[in-house]
Design a protein around this ligand. Structure first.
Ligand code: ATP
Length: 238
């Protein structure tokens, strides 16, 4: 089976995320997409994150109607002992583990069949930082990437975002400048699929700002998510 893994902060999950997932489902014949909210994302956030349970609950609500959409606890809260020497001691200090995609992918792959194909779904904005991710080269080799493209981005932007070592030389990528970011980019040991046509200009940042002003949210999020935000008084900047 072809399986999609879609990670994010989902604070909150919105129509842009769902549109990306729907487009990937059809295009790559995915049998299942796991929506994986990160408890503690490795990338620094500009805002304090809403507790994991609320973000997970919203993902579960927004994915309810599609049998192939699965809310996942793969990056749910986990605690690690800070100092290995104190594992069993009374002073063992535990702190929440940071979620790294490479660990999640490796853990997930242990439960997959050899014949399964794993597709890592990501928006192009997030992909532009991929070289800074932990074990980026290994991650790019572990699964196929589906990058939701946007008008204005070229194939060269994608190629030049790759970590050194995987990045084609400037001479090779320069002509990509004129090519919109679409189609497949196949380089030794990695496969990137560029998914165009997902153009929902919505972000979680906009939704949090609208919620803070008690403005209606239903044009950006599933109505159950909008109701949940209202009932739980999320994003009120108390
Ligand atoms: P924020 O506004 O808080 O930064 P966000 O809307 O970008 O949040 P995330 O949970 O950070 O949402 O994003 C998860 C993934 O979804 C990322 O790969 C991101 O690029 C992608 N994504 C976010 N918004 C859209 C959108 N409107 N269309 C397509 N992909 C998107």
């Amino acid at each position: 089976m072809n399986i999609g893994l879609f990670g994010g902060t989902f604070d909150p999950i919105h129509n842009g995320h769902v549109a990306l997932a729907h487009a990937a489902l059809g295009r790559y014949g995915l049998g299942q997409i796991l929506f994986v909210p990160a408890n503690i994302p490795s990338h620094k956030q500009k805002h304090p994150l809403t507790p994991f349970l609320h973000r997970y609950a919203m993902v579960a609500l927004a994915t309810q109607d599609d049998k192939k959409f699965v809310p996942s606890l793969l990056e749910g809260p986990e605690f690690v002992v800070q100092d290995a020497a104190k594992v069993n001691g009374p002073s063992a200090e535990r702190k929440p583990a940071i979620n790294y995609s490479i660990d999640t992918v490796r853990r997930l792959k242990q439960s997959l069949k050899k014949s399964d194909r794993l597709f890592f779904l990501i928006g192009i904005d997030a992909f532009l930082d991929i070289a800074k991710w932990r074990e980026a080269v290994a991650l790019l080799r572990e699964c196929e990437f589906v990058i939701a493209s946007r008008p204005g981005f070229s194939l060269r932007d994608v190629a030049e975002s790759l970590p050194e070592g995987l990045r084609p030389s400037a001479a090779v990528s320069r002509p990509f400048d004129k090519h919109p970011a679409q189609g497949d980019l196949v380089l030794p040991g990695l496969k990137l699929h560029l998914l165009e046509g997902v153009n929902q200009s919505v972000s979680a940042t906009t939704i949090r700002a609208a919620a803070a002003q008690s403005r209606p949210l239903k044009r950006w999020v599933d109505s159950r998510v909008a109701d949940y935000i209202r009932k739980e008084r999320l994003y009120q900047n108390k």
